[in-house]
Each structure stands twice: as C-alpha cells, then as structure tokens.
Ligand binder design. Structure first.
Ligand code: NAP
Length: 250
C-alpha cells in the first residue's frame, strides 16, 4: 500500500489537500503539531472513503523530531508522494524581526522540506514518487515587510528546481498561490482589505489536477505568471505597486 504524506494537514490548504487526496482514493500520512485535529480528520475521512489514514505529531522546527518521525515512516510505509505544505510567516520589517522568528521561518519553510525530502528520497524514487512543494507567489515576486518569509519561499523554489535536476524520474511540482483564506495571517482583518482571495478547497483541487497531469509548476491563478514576466521587465514599477498596496500583511 502506498501513502501520500501531507505536512501541515491540521489546517488550511493542507487540510483541504487531505480531503481531496482521500476523495481520490489515496492513503495518507498526516503530519502537524495539533494531533487531536489530525485524528478528527482521520475519523471523518476513513468514514467517508475507502482509505487508510495515519497521523504523526511532529514539530517541523525541530530537526531531531523530523528525523525520528521519517525514520519511523520509512520503516513501516511505502511513500509515493510527499507534500511539503506546512509553512509559517511573520510579516515584519527586517529591523523588527527577531533572530528567533527568522530561524523559525527558515526551519519550518525550508530546512524541514529539504530534510524530509532527503530522508524520504530512496522511498520516493523506488515508488516512482512525487514531491510537491507549496511555495508562493512570493517565490519570485517579493512583498514589502516579508523579507524572511520571501527568502524562505525563494529558497524552497530553488531547492525544488535543483532537486528535479538531480532526480529526473522524480515528479517535482511547485505551487505558487496568491492570498488564500486560511489561518495563515495573524491579523484576521487582513483579508477584508484584499480584493482577490482564494479558498483552500479550490487551491487543493488545482494542486491535485497539476499533480495528476505531472506539471512542474502551477501558479494560482494562472495570470500571476504574467505578473512575474512584467516584474522581470519593469521591476521598479512592480516595487512601487508593492509598496503602495501590499505593505500591510501581519
Ligand atoms: N494562506 C496564504 O495566503 C498562502 C499563500 C501562498 C502560500 N501559502 C503557503 O501555503 C502553505 C499552507 O498555509 P495555510 O495558508 O494553509 O496556513 P495555515 O492554515 O496556517 O496552516 C499551516 C499548517 O502548518 C502547520 N505548521 C505550522 N508550523 C508547524 C510546525 N512547527 N510543525 C508542524 N506543522 C506546523 C500547522 O499545523 P499545526 O499548527 O497543527 O502544527 C498547519 O496545519 C504554507 O506553506 C504557506 O506558506 C499560503
């Protein structure tokens, strides 16, 4: 039996991915810190679909715990998809960022996906597997007051593109959404100021479709790919728009 691992499955995009993948018949390993929520999701999904769901508590800020968790998974399960979804953000000016919050974001958003991929690579490749890394529009279009988060998402995108070169038979998919309505932003009023917001169930469907089609990258919506091209040609214009309209994330 082959399993898909989803990190950050207790909330937002990760939770919706769990519902979508289970609906499509995939057995799942769910990872997060809030294990009680994972068990609730397991109960619901196993009642709805003919799938097996396993839950692991793991703090992705802690490399020792990640290593032990993945060693345990490698001993008992065959894995054909790893979805590095868990992520955190602190939107602050660089002078206000503490060293701890910088490290926390780099650990959870970059070190954890890299370490998990490294520890699972033999398992994934023998199962013709896939790695899906949930990046962001910020993986190539930086935002004001988001230096640590933007750095982490550029890094995750770079890691993914490099991984694909090292393992030509591994399907590596990067996902680049704009703002999604989840628990991600500490300021819940943030969403009321944004004109275009995505919903996590729609994002999960688009990710699944890109996975099935073996795509290497999905921008959600597709039009942000065009914005990236404009940024390459007119970076000062996009910087100006960014400062004017996107400096209020929290
Ligand atoms: N929301 C957006 O606007 C947006 C846009 C572009 C990209 N993204 C990316 O999408 C991904 C999912 O975000 P979301 O919007 O769904 O956020 P969310 O609702 O806040 O969910 C984040 C998930 O990550 C898990 N997590 C956080 N810190 C963790 C840690 N130290 N150890 C283990 N798990 C941890 C949380 O689980 P526990 O708290 O239970 O541990 C939770 O399940 C992130 O990588 C984010 O960067 C989000």
């Amino acid at each position: 039996m082959k399993y898909t691992i989803i990190t950050g499955a207790s909330s937002g995009i990760g939770k919706e991915l769990a519902y979508k993948y289970a609906k499509e018949g995939h057995h799942l390993i769910l990872i997060a810190r809030r294990i009680n929520i994972l068990y609730q999701i397991k109960d619901e999904l196993e009642a709805l679909y003919e799938v097996s769901i396993e839950c692991f508590i793991c703090d992705l800020n802690d490399t020792e715990t990640i290593t032990q968790t993945i060693e345990n998974i490698n001993t008992h399960f065959e894995i054909n998809c790893l979805i590095n979804n868990a992520g955190i953000s602190y939107f602050e000016k660089v002078e206000d960022l503490s060293l701890e919050t910088i490290k926390n974001q780099i650990n959870v958003n970059v070190i954890a996906p890299m370490l998990m991929t490294k520890l699972l690579i033999a398992n994934l490749t023998r199962n013709n597997g896939a790695v899906i890394n949930i990046c962001s529009i910020l993986s190539y279009l930086p935002n004001a007051h988001s230096s640590a988060y933007t750095t982490s998402k550029y890094a995750l995108y770079g890691f993914s593109n490099s991984l694909r070169l090292d393992f030509p038979n591994l399907h590596v998919l990067t996902v680049h959404p704009i703002t999604v309505k989840t628990n991600f932003f500490k300021d819940s009023n943030y969403y009321s100021n944004i004109k275009k917001v995505l919903y996590p169930n729609i994002v999960a469907k688009k990710i699944y479709s890109a996975y099935v089609k073996k795509k290497r990258k999905v921008n959600i919506p597709y039009s942000i790919g065009l914005l990236n091209i404009i940024y390459q040609i007119f970076p000062r214009l996009i910087d100006h728009i960014n400062r004017q309209f996107f400096s209020n994330k929290k």
